[in-house]
Design a protein around this ligand. Sequence first.
Ligand code: ADP
Ligand code: MG
Length: 325
Amino acid sequence: MDMTDYETSGFGMGTIIEQRIAASNSNEGERICHRAFEVIRQLEQKMSRFIPGSFISRLNSSDGETAVKMDRDTFHVLKSAGRYYARSGGAFDITAAPLTALWRNCINQKDLPSPNTIQALRPAVSGAGVILNEKDGSARIGRHQSVDLGGIGKGYAADMVLKAYKAQGVTSACINLGGNVHTLGKKTNGESWMIGLQNPRSTRGDFIAVFAISDRSAVTSGDYEKYFESGGKRFHHIIDPGTGYPASSGLMSATVLSGSSMEADALSTAVFVSGLERGMELIEKSPGAEGVVITEEKKVFITKGIKDCFVARSDIPDYQFAFYN
Ligand code: ADP
Ligand code: MG
């Protein structure tokens, strides 16, 4: 059957969402992409901390004693977040919410918070405070705690969109939720999807390498998306739960490839917080995950399992590429 490539973009989860799918005609393409937007919108309604009445908003405004009933999706993401919290030794922590909210404001206003403000919020940050009850699908958090699924929700949404594509018979698709990319099958010309690795110190769309992937997700966390500069330092939106400050682990970006976009999303954030050694260790102990980190010295380290799908650009001499271990 002759397939056409249908492309569309829209807005959701606070970002631009692009879809490209192979469909038998553009009507069908439109219908399937519309359905995918619906999937994303519904997940956002459940999990956004900005939408009053979402399951997460209800959890965040609970008194710390009463368990709050979640739906299946939100419960699953909370449970997975707990797993990444444990695996990353606390680098990925959805209870960093008070700090991520503070820094979000600070970045918008280009204004540093006082050390006292940060110290006052730190006691509430502990992923161990999220108590999940499998029996009734409810969640509970400590009295002063709140959760933020900003580091994992887009990945889960990408996984659910791929599931919806498959259920409708789609065999070739790529969805990009603000840099959180997931791919199904290959392009209609039979080639893998080519996903650019952003140069962290250049204009958007300026790549230092590309990944050729299919049926895998690629997610990057970096210090260049949302930030401001003060006193020659960069203050960005990925927070080290251990310090209360934007992570300064020596990396400019961390990219994780995985068959699960939720995993790639959570791990890219965790690797960025953890730095080169601990970050690479985290990838190595995650079966099926591969990764690339870019250090502040412009050294690009890639895991060995990635070499067949990683193509470095040869015309950017200031970046040096090497395998890690
Ligand atoms: P982006 O959302 O910009 O694509 P990330 O996936 O790295 O990038 O997620 C960053 C978001 O995750 C922040 O905006 C914040 O909501 C949340 N976050 C920040 N630091 C952490 C952390 N250490 N653990 C879990 N979530 C975090
Ligand atoms: Mg993330």
